[in-house]
Design a protein around this ligand. Structure first.
Ligand SMILES: Nc1ncnc2c1ncn2[C@@H]1O[C@H](COP(=O)(O)OP(=O)(O)OP(=O)(O)O)[C@@H](O)[C@H]1O
Ligand SMILES: [Mg+2]
Length: 268
């Protein structure tokens, strides 16, 4: 479904995505995990065609997103859905209007058809009956499910999720995780999930990709990740504070910053 070759995204000196070769298979849940700043969101945005890479290719059903025309990119984007990290619902619109939004924007369907489609999507995420609520009246878990329904509105082939379980209690996180897994299987969809929630990630993944400093350090089935003997993988899975993955990513020595050595901390 999706394939990248030598994919790079650099922001100045920061190599957010650094030479990634990956494969997202059809009708599977691919989970991209990694610590904060490892490049997960940047990679997800590239895969979803929301940003152009510094170099490399992103093949979506055989077409390179980095090379197609703007018009074609827009057409291809219609075939994917995105659930953003903070749900990104439109606060002045009701739940119904939020889910109907992409249908109103991109189709000329009759209002009665749109109403049926929205009802079906809300039923899918267990929120039928909540159509007239405003986003401010929803819990975090409900907002994520509405965002999921909105991403499903156009019957996408691939849905991208950025941290779908962050900030949720364990039960709501479990509900959202199983929804992703169930929908992928039942609707024969493809899902790409970015998360640092190891438990949720390993429980729904068909394929896991583990990132560190913009590069893939491990990939495979959840079981092979769990039993990996790479110390970086084990540190991440077990959430150990000490190990080969450092907490601070500063490029300069602490003592040099404290002594205001030129080239270290730049104050405005
Ligand atoms: N637009 C940008 N401009 C400059 N640097 C950026 C930009 N976007 C991301 N970065 C940098 O790229 C690196 C990877 O960021 P990214 O947001 O992809 O990480 P992440 O794995 O999603 O982290 P988190 O788990 O905290 O969300 C970071 O060092 C970040 O500062
Ligand atoms: Mg992120």
């Amino acid at each position: 479904m999706l394939k990248t070759e030598s994919l790079c995204q650099y922001f100045g000196d920061v190599k957010a995505v650094d030479g990634i070769n990956l494969h997202v298979r059809k009708n599977e849940v691919t989970v991209i995990m990694g610590g904060s700043g490892s490049g997960k969101t940047t990679l997800l945005r590239l895969l979803a065609g929301l940003e152009a890479p510094t170099s490399g290719s992103i093949l979506f059903a055989g077409e390179d997103l980095a090379k197609v025309s703007r018009k074609r990119l827009y057409e291809l984007r219609m075939r994917v859905g995105m659930v953003f990290q903070y749900s990104a619902l439109l606060n002045s619109l009701t739940v119904f209007e939020n889910v109907a939004f992409p249908l109103h924007e991109h189709t000329k369907l009759d209002e009665s058809v749109i109403q049926t489609m929205v009802t079906m999507k809300l039923e899918q995420v267990g929120l039928r009956g909540f159509e007239y609520m405003m986003p401010s009246q929803l819990s975090g878990g409900m907002a994520k499910r509405v965002a999921f329904a909105r991403a499903l509105a156009m019957d996408p082939e691939v849905v991208f999720f950025d941290e779908p379980t962050s900030g949720l209690d364990p039960i709501s996180a479990g509900v959202v995780s199983s929804l992703i897994h169930e929908t992928t299987t039942k609707a024969r969809m493809t899902s790409v999930v970015v998360t640092h929630d190891v438990k949720a990630g390993l429980s729904i993944a068909d394929h896991v990709i583990l990132l560190w400093q913009g590069q893939i350090i491990a990939e495979g089935k959840p079981n092979s990740i769990k039993t990996s003997d790479d110390p970086r993988v084990q540190q991440f899975i077990e959430g150990r504070p000490n190990g080969p993955i450092p907490f601070s990513r500063s490029q300069t020595a602490y003592i040099d910053d404290l002594m205001h050595k030129p080239g270290c901390v730049r104050m405005r």
